[in-house]
Write a protein that binds this ligand. Structure first.
Ligand SMILES: NC(=O)C1=CN([C@@H]2O[C@H](COP(=O)(O)OP(=O)(O)OC[C@H]3O[C@@H](n4cnc5c(N)ncnc54)[C@H](O)[C@@H]3O)[C@@H](O)[C@H]2O)C=CC1
Ligand SMILES: O=C1O[C@H](COP(=O)(O)O)[C@@H](O)[C@H](O)[C@H]1O
Length: 257
């Protein structure tokens, strides 16, 4: 059944991937501080997520929130992640609870756990023969202040679930790259998320029933060091792409029928 979905950060790359796959599947209200540059489905609200009144107004009649808006730069300074990623995310969760929203899907990041990639583990960690896997039950080990802000967002989600019974899915997104996996970048190939798998994963987050989940958002890459077992089990995620099927930009293999 189509759901009424508020998509924050709709004008960005992850928003583009989601809307590219799901524009006709749900009733969309899009929110971004930057206005759209082309045609978009549904209604577009130009607002900042730190504007409490605007965020509350945007929640009206919404079933599910996908919260992408924030500073996505791994090198982002503290004042930016504090304002956009932590304060902004708290504003979104609080408004969602007050509006009676069913679930909030939070765009977390690989950088919330980036410091598991120790010198002793890398670069072997990024290779197919290595069996080290993070599964979402581990504590955050952020690799930068941006990662700290994503761990904070996950913790805000935990609080709003436990205290207010909001369903929350935190997706630790890997490396979203359009068309093909990153070139000459083993880490990025191991955590590649294709556009179509991104759209499918967020669709499952919209449709599935869950309490509080932390899952990894990557394609079914042979050389992964993030488990996608929980995303499969809790959300019904069935990715179709695999960075191993590519030689550079070219797709050279098809999955078994
Ligand atoms: N692209 C990727 O591979 C990954 C992205 N993520 C997360 O996914 C989310 C989206 O990332 P991208 O689409 O790549 O970034 P992006 O920079 O392309 O899009 C972010 C959007 O959020 C908007 N925005 C930022 N601060 C805002 C504010 N205070 N109020 C309203 N709108 C605001 C921007 O205008 C922009 O359109 C971010 O939270 C990022 O941390 C996490 C891991 C990987
Ligand atoms: O969280 C994010 O992660 C991706 C991938 O990280 P990288 O260190 O391999 O670049 C990044 O591209 C994106 O901007 C960021 O939001």
């Amino acid at each position: 059944m189509a759901q009424s979905v508020l998509l924050t950060g709709a004008a960005g790359r992850v928003g583009e991937a989601i809307l590219g796959g799901l524009a006709d599947d749900h009733e969309w209200r899009l929110l971004d501080r930057n206005p759209p540059t082309d045609d978009q489905p549904g209604e577009f609200v130009v607002a900042d997520i730190t504007d409490d009144d605007a965020v509350r107004e945007a929640m009206d009649g919404i079933d599910v929130v996908i919260h992408l808006a924030g500073d996505p730069r791994p090198e982002a300074p503290w004042d930016s992640v504090l304002t956009n990623n932590i304060d902004g995310t708290q504003t979104v969760f609080e408004a969602a609870v007050d509006a009676g929203v069913e679930s909030v899907v939070f765009a977390s990041s690989n950088h919330a756990v980036g410091n598991y990639e120790t010198d002793a583990r890398t670069p072997e960690l990024y290779r197919e023969h290595d069996d080290y896997l993070l599964d979402g039950t581990e504590l955050p080990r952020p690799s930068n202040l941006y990662g700290v802000s994503k761990a904070a967002g996950e913790t805000l989600g935990r609080y709003y679930h436990d205290e207010h019974d909001l369903s929350v899915a935190c997706v630790r997104i890997g490396n979203l790259t359009e068309g093909h996996p990153p070139i000459d970048y083993e880490r990025g190939q191991a955590m590649w998320l294709s556009y179509r798998d991104c759209a499918h994963l967020f669709d499952r987050c919209i449709r599935a029933d869950y309490d509080y989940e932390i899952v990894y958002g990557i394609s079914d890459n042979d050389r992964k060091y993030y488990s996608i077992a929980r995303a499969r089990e809790a959300l019904g995620y069935e990715p179709q792409d695999n960075s191993a099927y590519y030689d550079g930009e070219e797709r050279v293999a098809e999955p078994d029928a």
